[in-house]
Design a protein around this ligand. Structure first.
Ligand SMILES: [Zn+2]
Length: 286
């Protein structure tokens, strides 16, 4: 599932490749995404120019002319591919999913001047949305909490939000109203770095725990953005060595393996919290 770092990597790639291009044509092959693709989608986008591509949390925001916006959310399995006449091989703009254009599930094709932007999504939990003015854009993001990279995600905010709450910290890290952009993978990783047990009730977190959560949320996401950027095969301008963040996982998908902390003899366990797999060390995360 693409989380904030993956979406940031996609945003950077798109911004580099398709900014200032005009949309010539749009073809929707399957309207049944998480929300039905609106009827006027193709007509609305036609002849619009992409002035800027931005990101908030896990949402991609395309700034179009006349203060209109296209939002894309990749859901669980969405990927974006840029196909040009020269490039049919490495079309994926992130390291998630297959790097080349899949044969099936290419639901939306946006024909630009130099590229075809293709939205692929086998599970169809993603969606697209058109917002017709700035007010709608602000309203759309009203209920979404600050992301860890934002200065609003500060100690006093975290402390006040979690005060007296019985739910465990892992659930809060996935709660987009509290903090946006962290998904299942990074929630486990952040809590490992913070040495906090994912089952710990939010109200029992100490001031030091909160400091660590704030610090490592930013640390893990920034590191992942750097690594994600480095693994994009066809976008060489993004800095970084080859490889990607999957290789950096400390706990995620490391069930029954030894803890990577050299002072710890614990093992990585997998438990389910809010229906999602959670990985943690049974010894050093208290
Ligand atoms: Zn450990």
């Amino acid at each position: 599932m693409p989380e904030l770092p993956e979406v940031e990597v996609i945003k950077q790639s798109l911004d580099k490749k398709i900014k200032f291009q005009k949309i010539n044509k749009v073809v929707v092959r399957n309207r049944n995404l998480r929300f039905k693709v609106p009827k006027n989608f193709e007509f609305f986008l036609r002849n619009k120019k992409i002035n800027k591509i931005s990101r908030k949390s896990k949402y991609l925001i395309f700034y179009l002319n006349n203060n209109t916006f296209l939002i894309i959310h990749l859901g669980m399995s969405g990927t974006i591919h840029l196909v040009s006449k020269k490039n049919y091989r490495n079309t994926n703009v992130s390291f998630y999913g297959s790097s080349s254009l899949p044969v099936k599930h290419n639901h939306i094709v946006i024909f630009l001047e130099k590229y075809q932007l293709i939205y692929n999504d086998p599970r169809r939990f993603g969606f697209v949305k058109i917002l017709k003015n700035k007010k709608n854009l602000i309203f759309f993001f009203n209920n979404i909490g600050p992301e860890p990279l934002n200065s609003k995600f500060k100690i006093s905010y975290i402390h006040n939000y979690l005060k007296g709450k019985k739910k465990c910290i892992k659930s809060f890290l996935l709660d987009q109203k509290f903090v946006s952009g962290i998904g299942n993978i990074y929630a486990s990783e952040i809590l490992y770095y913070s040495k906090i047990n994912p089952f710990k009730q939010a109200k029992k977190l100490t001031q030091i725990d909160i400091k660590k959560i704030k610090y490592f949320s930013k640390f893990v996401l920034n590191k992942a953005i750097k690594k994600g950027g480095s693994s994009i095969r066809d976008f060489k301008n993004i800095k970084g060595k080859s490889g990607n963040y999957q290789k950096e996982f400390k706990v995620y998908q490391r069930e029954n393996l030894n803890c990577l902390d050299k002072f710890c003899y614990g093992k990585i366990k997998k438990k389910i919290i809010s229906k999602r797999s959670t990985f943690f060390c049974n010894s050093c995360q208290k």
